[in-house]
Design a protein around this ligand. Structure first.
Ligand SMILES: [Zn+2]
Length: 428
């Protein structure tokens, strides 16, 4: 009797959860097969993009490939939105919700040699942030969802963004009328992360730490060494829980630690101030103290410059103080809508391999993203998708010389996020 009751309760509970998240395992199974079928062609596209990387604001070839591909799928396509930005519009068979997916397209200047045999043909430019994979996953999702058109109750908008690395692409697309062209109810996107291929990580609210830099101007002072020591003492006074001694690598290596890493409840990355660098220099007769840091708490982000100014004005350097410059926007981190993060987590973990969906308990340091500019207009969620494969010697930590991505990541990305988008358009 008791067992039966539990079974009924379980069924009811599962029923409620599915209704909330709109989960339909059947959709996932269909999408899984469709993504398998296009996998080889996606790998070809990705390798072509990798061979022909383009830096920020010069993504001419990439955007042409993207727009032609989307037109061939039958999507309505707008080009040259905020530079080389491309928008694809896929209308479903029935009316429903409007969901946007964003992928970025630009590569990076680097002289580090490539680690794959389909290396970059553009000397000094390479995809070491995985945006070739992001673009390919976006095209894969568009392909699969085009094949699901009959089941699609709503509209999917694909945003292929230029110039993410310069933090200008999202702003430029919005300024150029992106949200007049499309009116999404929700927006989603991903970045390749250092986890194993296919591992999905997400967290409500801030995904990364806030990255800030400040510049304090002083009148030329005879006691520069003394002033620098004084300022270092102030800045070191903010350091909390994590200390960067020289290179950031000791800290970065702890991100995936099995006890204190980001996916562990006991993570050290919940609450911290990391001082990245600070120094005094003289320029054109003026003295500047520059510092950059990572901070998890937005309240502290706002109060730190005021606190620094107060301490200077209470010191013997008060007469030498001229100004403090501090960037006001919060461009460093995506801020994930808590309600949508919860729904997306329930949805993904209901069809995806449970081992491969891992929530994060802390804010990732040393990462930056301009996805926040979309989230300031439309609620949304930004994910990490792991791309490493230790057995194959593939490490997908962005912006590192050995950066590479296990290509099975493309398939995982298409399967899980095409399903998520379908569930979201069709949700009531
Ligand atoms: Zn990136």
């Amino acid at each position: 009797m008791k067992t039966q009751l539990i079974v009924i309760l379980l069924l009811v509970t599962t029923g409620i959860l599915s209704a909330q998240s709109g989960t339909n395992t059947n959709n996932y199974q269909q999408i899984e097969k469709q993504a398998d079928a296009i996998y080889n062609s996606l790998v070809k596209i990705r390798r072509d993009l990798h061979r022909n990387p383009e830096i920020s604001k010069q993504e001419k070839r990439t955007s042409k490939i993207v727009s032609e591909y989307l037109r061939n799928l039958g999507l309505e396509v707008k080009t040259n939105v905020g530079g080389y930005g491309v928008v694809g519009i896929l209308k479903g068979g029935k009316k429903g919700r409007k969901i946007a997916w964003r992928a970025d397209m630009d590569a990076i200047k680097t002289d580090e040699a490539d680690v794959v045999d389909f290396e970059s043909k553009n000397k000094g430019v390479r995809h070491i942030c995985g945006h070739d994979v992001h673009t390919t996953i976006g095209l894969g999702i568009a392909t699969v969802l085009s094949q699901q058109k009959e089941n699609l109750e709503g509209t999917v908008y694909f945003i292929f963004q230029p110039a993410e690395e310069t933090f200008s692409g999202a702003k430029d697309m919005i300024k150029d009328g992106l949200f007049e062209i499309i009116k999404p109810d929700e927006i989603y996107g991903l970045h390749i992360g250092p986890g194993p291929s296919g591992e999905i990580n997400v967290k409500a609210n801030e995904l990364f730490a806030y990255q800030k830099s400040l510049k304090i101007k002083f009148k030329p002072s005879a006691n520069e060494k003394e002033l620098e020591n004084f300022m270092n003492t102030i800045l070191n006074g903010f350091v909390r829980n994590i200390e960067q001694n020289g290179s950031p690598w000791d800290i970065i290596n702890k991100i995936s630690d099995s006890k204190i890493g980001l996916t562990k409840k006991e993570t050290i990355f919940k609450d911290y101030f990391i001082l990245q660098g600070a120094r005094l220099n003289t320029d054109n007769g003026a003295t500047f103290y520059n510092a950059s840091f990572l901070e998890t708490d937005v309240k502290k982000v706002n109060s730190i410059p005021l606190e620094i100014k107060k301490q200077i004005l209470n010191s013997k350097f008060k007469d030498a103080f001229i100004s403090i410059e501090y960037s006001k926007d919060y461009s460093g981190t995506p801020i994930n809508d808590p309600k949508l993060t919860k729904i997306a987590s329930q949805t993904i973990s209901s069809f995806y391999n449970k081992e491969m969906f891992k929530p994060l308990y802390g804010q990732t340091p040393y990462f930056g993203e301009d996805f926040i500019y979309y989230q300031q207009k439309v609620p949304g969620v930004f994910f990490f998708l792991g791309g490493s494969n230790i057995e194959k010697g593939i490490s997908s930590m962005p912006h590192t010389p050995n950066f590479a991505v296990d290509e099975t990541t493309i398939k995982h990305g298409v399967q899980s996020f095409a399903t998520l988008i379908l569930e979201r358009t069709n949700s009531k």
